[in-house]
Write a protein that binds this ligand. Structure first.
Ligand SMILES: Cc1cc2nc3c(=O)[nH]c(=O)nc-3n(C[C@H](O)[C@H](O)[C@H](O)COP(=O)(O)O)c2cc1C
Length: 183
């Protein structure tokens, strides 16, 4: 797929099914994340890949988080089911280096770029995905379960798989008038 065509027409896909990217396709996705722009070559990120039993473990973790937060039966059920919306999830954490001359915000943005790069690498290989966050990113139980240290930030859960429905609506060219100026 042409790179410009991908960037101009990409869509997120929330309904995802098997097959998930595997083998070389998954390695390309992770390698694209590793090539995110990165001031100071800190590689300020960590990717946690979840599929099969990993998805089940993540489901139990979200369920426990909902219980710990007293969210009630309905929310607990929703939390338990959330990871099953895709056959592959990559949790992306910004591993923020303290006392670095690179400011924290730049490190977090780098980790966010890694999410986008991985999503685009998946789409370029014929898969679909969606970047999700939700309240889980700041949740104590979830953070502990994913091994976050104090200054780490979960920047997203990248849900990946094969689009379950027909291709989403085409993108209409955005009106840039109010978003762009020229100095
Ligand atoms: C940091 C971040 C967090 C997001 N979190 C969610 C989320 O939790 N749930 C959701 O449905 N979409 C979330 N989105 C939006 C989707 O990833 C997607 O961009 C949106 O549905 C628009 O679709 P499009 O990418 O096809 O334009 C998030 C996007 C970003 C950048």
């Amino acid at each position: 797929m042409d790179a410009l065509e991908l960037l101009l027409n990409r869509r997120s896909v929330s309904r995802l099914t098997t097959p998930a990217p595997q083998g070389e396709a998954l390695q390309h996705i992770l390698a694209a994340g590793m090539r995110a722009p990165d001031h100071g070559a800190l590689r300020p990120w960590h990717f946690t890949v979840m599929q099969d039993e990993g998805i089940e473990r993540f489901s139990r973790l979200l369920h426990q988080a909902a219980i710990d937060s007293n969210l009630g039966a309905e929310a607990e059920e929703k939390a338990k089911n959330a990871p099953y919306r895709a056959p592959l999830i990559i949790a992306v954490m910004a591993k923020v280096a303290e006392n670095s001359k690179i400011p924290e915000w730049e490190q977090v943005v780098s980790a966010g770029c890694a999410v986008h790069a991985m999503q685009m690498a998946a789409v370029a290989q014929g898969f679909g995905g969606i970047w999700r966050t939700g309240s889980w990113t700041d949740d104590h139980t979830v953070r502990a379960g994913l091994g976050c240290h104090e200054h780490d930030k979960i920047v997203g859960f990248l849900y990946l798989g094969t689009p379950a429905l027909k291709a989403p609506n085409k993108v209409t060219a955005p009106d840039m008038t109010n978003f762009v100026s020229y100095l």
